[in-house]
Design a protein around this ligand. Structure first.
Ligand code: M6R
Length: 366
């Protein structure tokens, strides 16, 4: 089943051009001017009226939720809260009747997410699910939902499920923005075009795997790694760090780049690789100054940059280039080199990539 791939994780990383396409296929109208989320049609009027959207998940699914928070607030202008299901279920949160609660779960079986949803349902919220596994417990419990069509994900480290989740959430955010009258037809069309271009761009990133492997070779013996990003790329920093720590056992932390000077900068020395995830967005100049701060302390910069970004090229020790895109969809591209980077480092450290120690594919106990 792994075909020519040494591990499921590698196969799943390489499947992403197809899985992203499968996830949006049938959900973008033929003339590319509207988004149709079949599973939500009946409840969409309620979603449009929502006072607040709460998104719950664990691990990688929680990272996808963070991307959605930024998208929904920026474009649909609905207040969003993202929370770990494990916190939400126990902290006596306030849930009002007009709230919409969305659970994100690849497996649809994560115990904390399921329990948090049950609680929200009991308190009268409309509950929705974004799951990969058809017929899973969360999919059955929810009032409505959207499946990510990523296919079975076997590797414990979530890869193609994350990009599928972000794809669904992006479609959801722009559909909601449209139905709430917050974006015009041309803007919607522009974003649909951005989405349609993602699979081809991911393919071009995957072709660069020999370079990513060579960079991994340089850093494979590091003890710690720091991942930084801002805006839409802050969740990518978290996700890149999670991938590295769970499969290679190298300690890695993801941080909002603006927080660096509030603590993590103390870690920077000539042994620390700092992965900076960037795009040509409003934060660009700030990211440049973060890099300068790291370089001044002799840290090693691995920069994920948009192709043709010559500004960062001269400052970084190593570069992972990704094709240019609108910043709102850049998470779908910038995460891919970080998945591969984690994979190669784990491989070089002799780790069991598909079955990392102490971890289960789906966490069905607390
Ligand atoms: O099946 P779920 O999406 O609910 O799983 C959530 C997390 O357990 C999962 O994303 C976990 O963090 C992965 N191992 C990350 O790669």
């Amino acid at each position: 089943e792994k075909g020519d791939f040494e591990h499921y994780m590698l196969k799943e990383i390489f499947e992403q051009p197809d899985t992203i396409r499968d996830t949006y296929r049938g959900r973008i109208r033929k003339d590319q001017d509207d988004i149709v989320l079949g599973g939500l049609i009946d409840v969409f009027p309620k979603i449009v009226e929502a006072n607040r959207i709460i998104i719950l998940g664990c691990g990688t699914s929680w990272h996808a939720a963070l991307v959605a928070e930024y998208l929904i607030e920026e474009y649909a202008r609905v207040p969003v809260e993202v929370e770990y299901a494990s916190e939400f279920r126990y902290r006596k949160p306030i849930i009002n009747p007009g709230d919409v609660v969305i659970a994100i779960s690849q497996s649809g079986e994560t115990a904390d997410t399921l329990a948090a949803l049950k609680m929200a349902k009991e308190q009268g919220a409309l509950i929705l699910g974004i799951c990969n596994v058809v017929g899973s417990s969360i999919a059955r419990l929810t009032d409505a939902g959207v499946y990510t069509h990523a296919g079975a994900e076997i590797g414990v480290a979530s890869t193609k499920a994350f990009t599928a989740q972000v794809t669904v959430l992006t479609l959801f955010a722009f559909k909601l923005a449209k139905e709430r009258g917050k974006i015009d037809a041309d803007t919607l069309k522009m974003f649909i075009g951005e989405m349609l271009a993602i699979p081809g761009k991911v393919e071009s990133i995957l072709l660069k795997h020999p370079h990513i492997k060579a960079v991994a070779e340089k850093y494979k013996d590091a003890v710690n790694a720091l991942y930084l990003g801002r805006g839409y790329l802050f969740p990518v920093a978290l996700e890149g760090a999670l991938k590295l720590k769970e499969i290679s056992y190298m300690h890695a932390e993801g941080y909002a780049a603006g927080e660096m000077k509030h603590g993590p900068i103390a870690l920077v020395d000539d042994n620390l690789p700092v992965v900076v995830v960037s795009a040509k967005d409003d934060y660009y100049e700030k990211v440049v100054s973060n890099i300068q701060e790291v370089k001044a302390r002799k840290g090693n910069i691995i920069a994920v940059v948009a192709e043709g970004d010559n500004g960062l090229r001269s400052m970084a020790d190593d570069l992972f280039e990704v094709p240019e895109s609108h910043p709102a969809v850049a998470s779908l591209l910038t995460v891919v080199p970080l998945q591969l980077f984690a994979y190669y480092i784990a491989l070089m450290r002799g780790c069991d990539v598909d079955q990392p120690r102490n971890l289960a594919k789906s966490v069905t106990v607390e």
